[in-house]
Design a protein around this ligand. Structure first.
Ligand SMILES: N[C@@H](CCOP(=O)(O)O)C(=O)O
Length: 463
């Protein structure tokens, strides 16, 4: 399997090179040269597998430069830190299925991919030698999961930018209380979009990138998306084993990485297994406007109860656009350049095609809080605000008779304020979070300026 860029400007790469490259050197995103597919017999076999065994099968379809036993070891070590034996268990609440993705060390779905990515970086560096300085941006959950994946690892430093004061207090503490000498937290005076824009601009300075051997932990890194494909397949296999042959998934969406993993899973499985992906947004509804009208136009980032989704410019949208534009790298490049120049892409003429892959709804702040409250009183099951956005959209957009799996992307205790507004008290803190307030924390606050961030990275980087 070789990897190519959405913008068509690089020679095909092996998987390990793709992981180390992160963002393609032509400014695009990496994708497999061809997408594998499986038939019903394979699905029947997969129905019998536990999570790690299924991960081995799915990942092997996309990775051919890591020996089988090494891959098995990487997977087993990555999921040993999860608190649930099934890694991503699925529960039924009323007539909805909830795919719990928050049993990893930082209690969000990001752990599923970032535990594996941290181990992959270590694996490749151990064989090739050298060092890596990771540079990433977070609106809340990616940061702590990435830090948990590489803290204390040899030959790796990690620099994480988060928008100052715009994550939940628990999310900020999960990052800033990690005091390992290889961890650097930077709160930028700006939004997540500012932080992500700076990270991408720095990656596109190829001299700086090469000098400091920059590595990417955001979902611009293909390995992030790939690891997340597994839980869609896992959930589908579990439900199809119970006789449900066609399901929808409802996905709280910000940077488009998680739902894009669902899109890859949908193309991997036989047609119809994943019927449709329900793309759920908060008030930052650029992606909902794209799905419902073909209008992909940027507006101001709004702060909401679901801060991890407070994003306008969604990184992985470009990967979908690549398939949407019939795998034409030059057309993707033109479209992305035009988007950067004007803040808008007009795909209104193609609305119906988009609707074959996705349906979408934007969920207001009031609806988010009401959904947490109603779900709790009906099922005694507590949703975090991001999951509530997905549940609300799932309930509104589902087809009669077709099961909907809602992705539970984070533990409610990470978002005490929203939960307390909904049910009158904050959820009990799991042990991993209970001690955070008392710990020492470390973070610098910097302006959202590319040069300022570069100076800070250069001063603290491995070289
Ligand atoms: N929602 C994310 C934003 C970064 O997205 P990623 O999937 O590209 O890492 C977060 O919680 O940080």
């Amino acid at each position: 399997m070789r990897y190519i860029s959405t913008r068509g400007g690089i020679e095909p790469l092996a998987f390990q090179d793709a992981v180390m490259m992160g963002l393609a050197r032509d400014g695009g995103l990496l994708l497999p040269q061809t997408l594998p597919t499986v038939g019903n017999q394979v699905v029947q076999r997969w129905q019998q597998l536990h999570y790690q065994a299924l991960a081995r099968e799915v990942l092997s379809l996309f990775i051919d430069d890591i020996p089988e036993t090494d891959l098995e070891d990487l997977i087993d070590r990555s999921y040993a830190s999860f608190a649930h034996p099934q890694v991503t268990p699925i529960t039924q609440q009323g007539d909805l299925y909830i795919l719990e993705l928050f049993h990893g060390p930082t209690l969000a779905f990001k752990d599923v991919a970032l535990q594996l990515l941290g181990n992959l970086f270590e694996y490749v560096l151990a064989r090739r030698g050298g060092f890596m300085n990771i540079l990433g941006a977070t609106s809340g959950d990616t940061g702590s999961a990435a830090i948990a994946g590489v803290r204390g690892k040899a030959n790796i430093n990690i620099f994480i930018l988060h928008p100052h004061g715009r994550t939940s207090p628990v999310q900020a503490l999960q990052m800033t209380t990690v005091l390992d000498p290889n961890v650097f937290n930077i709160a930028v005076r700006g939004t997540f979009d500012d932080a992500q824009g700076i990270v991408k601009a720095i990656f596109n300075d190829l001299d700086f990138r090469d000098q400091y051997q920059l590595g990417a932990i955001n979902s611009i890194n293909w390995a992030r998306v790939l690891a997340q494909v597994v839980y869609y397949v896992f959930a589908y296999c579990k439900l199809s084993r119970l006789g449900m042959k066609s399901v929808d998934f409802s996905v709280p969406t910000g940077n488009f990485g998680d739902i894009f993993a669902g899109y890859i899973a949908r193309r991997l499985l036989p047609p119809g297994c994943i019927h449709r992906l329900i793309l759920a947004t908060n008030a930052n509804d650029i992606l909902t406007r794209f799905v419902t009208s073909g209008d992909y136009s940027c507006s101001q980032v709004q702060a909401t109860f679901s801060p991890s989704m407070d994003i306008q410019v969604a990184s992985n949208f470009e990967r979908y656009l690549y398939y949407f534009l019939n795998e034409d790298g030059a057309a993707v490049r033109r479209s992305m350049e035009s988007f950067v120049a004007s803040g808008r892409l007009d795909l209104t003429a193609d609305r119906q095609r988009i609707g074959q892959d996705f349906s979408s709804r934007s969920v207001s702040e009031e609806e988010t809080i009401a959904t947490i409250r109603d779900f709790y009183s009906e099922h005694h099951y507590l949703l975090d605000p991001h999951t509530a956005v997905g549940v609300k959209a799932g309930l509104e957009l589902r087809d009669p008779g077709r099961p909907v799996v809602c992705l539970a992307t984070a533990h409610p205790a990470k978002f005490g304020e929203a939960v307390s507004l909904a049910i009158g008290n904050e959820p009990p803190l799991p042990p991993a979070l209970a001690e955070l307030q008392k710990r020492e924390s470390r973070c610098v606050i910097l302006d959202a300026q590319q040069d300022t961030i570069k100076e800070y990275v250069a001063a603290n980087a491995l070289h």
